[in-house]
Write a protein that binds this ligand. Structure first.
Ligand code: ATP
Length: 305
């Protein structure tokens, strides 16, 4: 198992009487993309800001490369941060922005390499105010990775981007991770997290509700068994367990179940005994979005994904 880059144990943050982070524990290992997800106000940004050294915890411990993140000296050159809001100057070109940033970054990549890395070589002389949202986000990432950090914090890197720009930024994050960078990602785009992250933690009201490898977390959600009933057949006697839910829309039957494989098996047996041929048969695990919505539903939250 890879070494832990981030170790969080019993972490708490209080704002007066309000507890924003309520005793959470997780770790992020070297070279992995870890997604910290959650409902609005769950405490993700607070957690990340503690790890970045911008906020002080009220209790528990947080370690980044074995250091207290408040002790920023030894960590500064090892960490890159992409904040939710970027603070770029509109009148500077992309190349001028990188040039200015290089003055404050030790071991910085050359300008051309930094732009090339994020696919902005063609926009080197474009002023920031003329760049698209996706291009600006890439420039943010170019700046955050300028000093070749080992750990990158990405707080909602694709919010507000169109699907194509999101895809490009997502590919870029995948490439950076593929090159060995450790990434702590927050996002409300769950398919993005599902694609990029090896491990995930989902927060709600300051606590981690579920966490583990992506496969473990998806396996804890409810899967789906779906099929079309042939004309004339009725869903009578379908093997639907007490904890499963069957919906029938026209001829389409969908069973939501914690045990999709065994329900699929029983459904095929049920059809076979009746001499029915089912079409459009589909068995799948929960998606991350379904796991998330389930958590949000039980929490009674309005959900914005
Ligand atoms: P979102 O997905 O909406 O960005 P989040 O999970 O990042 O949410 P945080 O920004 O960490 O959530 O906020 C957690 C909670 O702490 C929220 O209820 C927020 O209102 C509260 N909070 C954050 N900063 C402060 C502060 N300085 N004073 C008081 N409460 C705060």
């Amino acid at each position: 198992m890879n070494a832990a880059v981030i170790e969080v144990a019993g972490l708490r943050k209080r704002y007066g009487e309000f507890t924003a982070v309520d005793g959470i524990s997780f770790d992020v290992r070297k070279g992995e993309v870890f997604a910290l997800l959650g409902t609005n106000g769950a405490g993700k940004t607070t957690t990340i800001e503690i790890l970045e050294g911008y906020l002080k915890a009220s209790g528990g411990t947080a370690r980044v490369f074995g250091h207290d993140p408040a002790d920023r000296g030894p960590l500064r050159s090892r960490i890159g941060v992409v904040l939710q809001e970027s603070g770029l100057f509109g009148d500077l070109s992309a190349a001028e922005t990188v040039t200015a940033w290089r003055r404050f970054t030790s071991g910085a990549r050359p300008v051309a390499e930094a732009l090339e890395l994020v696919g902005l070589s063609g926009q080197a002389s474009t002023r920031v105010k003329r760049m698209s949202g996706g291009e600006r986000r890439k420039l943010d990432i170019a700046l955050a990775t300028l000093g070749r950090p080992e750990l990158l914090f990405l707080d909602e890197p694709t919010t507000g981007l169109d699907p194509e720009a999101r895809r490009r930024v997502r590919d870029l994050v995948g490439e950076l991770a593929g090159a060995g960078m450790t990434v702590l990602l927050t996002t409300h785009y769950l398919e993005e997290a599902q694609e990029l992250a090896a491990r995930v933690a989902i927060m709600d009201k300051g606590r981690i509700v579920t966490h583990g490898t992506m496969a473990e977390v998806l396996g804890r959600g409810s899967g789906r068994v779906a099929f079309d009933l042939p004309g004339g057949a009725t869903p009578e006697g379908l093997p639907v367990g007490e904890r499963d839910a069957l919906t029938v829309t026209g001829r389409r039957c969908v069973i939501v179940t914690a045990e999709p494989e065994s329900v699929a098996h029983s459904v095929l047996g049920w059809a076979h005994t009746r001499g029915l041929k089912l079409t459009g048969f589909d068995v799948r695990q929960a998606t991350l979005e379904e796991v998330f919505l389930d958590i949000a539903h039980h929490s009674g939250q309005e959900v914005t994904t």
